[in-house]
Design a protein around this ligand. Structure first.
Ligand SMILES: Nc1ncnc2c1ncn2[C@@H]1O[C@H](COP(=O)(O)OP(=O)(O)OP(=O)(O)O)[C@@H](O)[C@H]1O
Ligand SMILES: [Mg+2]
Length: 326
């Protein structure tokens, strides 16, 4: 990005209130001056060259092909004198923030897990086979209590306020494009064995492995290698005695949770062999059933939200909608 913050403020007609920097992208959180919504986010490439522009175009097109309430929505692409900014929904934080602030209770873990798995199912129903960088820092949330006064009502669990959305499709489908170099991606604590360069594994299901790590952290409060949440969310995660690569292939994976069905699901997602990991329909089925047994009232509220928005989307497919401006 070549423009200074003060210049961007004018183009955005707002004020940049926060900046985030990932590996390849730069995200600005903007408070709008005169328009609604009050906040908006813009993602652009961190380093500008001809190739990064093509990759950015690709990311936006892949991302926008997904029809789901559980994926961060992109509104449009803002072209500022040849530099492109994807304008998207402003979120209130990441799942990593929620997980490291305080212990996630069991009901909250089920509420978040169902939304996240639904997001993966919707992602697979589009052109995206693999996200390839699936981890809590790339799952954003919107706090709906900031949008709707009195929500959630006190009769339902406070965690229903969070809408989880998967983001960051920079690495997605790289494997589909190139099944050798394209195995790459993933933060070390979430990286599947087959994502390492010289892996002998022939199948490829890295998002399922990463989902196993994420569910383990949500339900047990610990990474399956035994580390605490904060130790793996740091920019440079704590080092293992061996290496993350050895851990992914053959390290012990501890899932210390009282519910056997959920523990077994997580353990099979963490299997070294990609083909042994269950698909998202199976994952959704197990989580939903165990949630219903554990807390039937909160289960029905969570499923009401998921079903309601699913019907909204399927009844009016986005590609068939034509927005009228007058
Ligand atoms: N819509 C948004 N609203 C608020 N914050 C956001 C939004 N999008 C991204 N962020 C913040 O910016 C960070 C970086 O964004 P993103 O993951 O898209 O960039 P990246 O460069 O591809 O990251 P990575 O390091 O994973 O490669 C996110 O982890 C999140 O904290
Ligand atoms: Mg990211």
């Amino acid at each position: 990005m070549k423009f200074k913050k003060i210049v961007l403020n004018n183009f955005f007609d707002g004020e940049i209130i926060k900046e985030f920097s990932g590996n390849s992208g730069k995200v600005y959180l903007v408070k709008n001056n005169v328009t609604s919504p009050a906040y908006i986010a813009y993602k652009t490439c961190k380093y500008l060259c001809e190739e990064s522009k093509d990759l950015f175009d690709e990311e936006v097109l892949k991302w926008n092909s997904i029809n789901s309430r559980y994926i961060v929505p992109i509104y449009y692409i803002h072209n500022i004198i040849g530099e492109y900014y994807a304008c998207m929904r402003a979120c209130d934080g990441t799942l990593a923030d929620l997980m490291s602030q305080k212990e996630v209770c069991e009901t909250s873990a089920y509420i978040y897990a169902l939304q996240i798995i639904k997001g993966l199912m919707d992602m697979n129903a589009s052109s995206i086979e693999h996200h390839q960088d699936f981890n809590p820092q790339n799952i954003l949330f919107e706090d709906m209590s900031r949008l709707f006064r009195g929500f959630p009502p006190k009769e339902i669990h406070p965690s229903h306020r969070y809408r989880m959305m998967i983001s960051d499709f920079a690495m997605s489908n790289y494997y589909v494009k190139n099944n050798i170099d394209g195995r790459a991606g993933g933060k070390f604590p979430f990286k599947a064995p087959e994502q390492y360069k010289d892996s002998q594994l022939s199948d490829f299901e890295p998002d399922r492995f990463a989902l196993g790590v994420l569910l383990c952290m949500l339900f047990t409060g610990k990474h399956p290698c035994g580390f605490k949440q904060n130790q793996v969310f740091k920019k440079n995660p704590k080092k293992l005695k061996t290496s993350w690569k050895t851990w992914a292939h053959s390290g012990s994976k501890t899932v210390n949770f009282h519910n056997n069905e959920v523990s077994n699901l997580i353990s099979s997602l963490l299997s070294t062999e990609p083909e042994e990991r269950p698909n998202y329909n199976e994952c959704f089925g197990v989580i939903r059933k165990q949630f219903e047994i554990f807390n039937p009232n909160e289960y029905s509220t969570a499923m009401f939200h998921i079903d309601y928005f699913d019907k909204q989307y399927s009844a009016y497919p986005r590609d068939k909608l034509r927005t009228r401006v007058n």
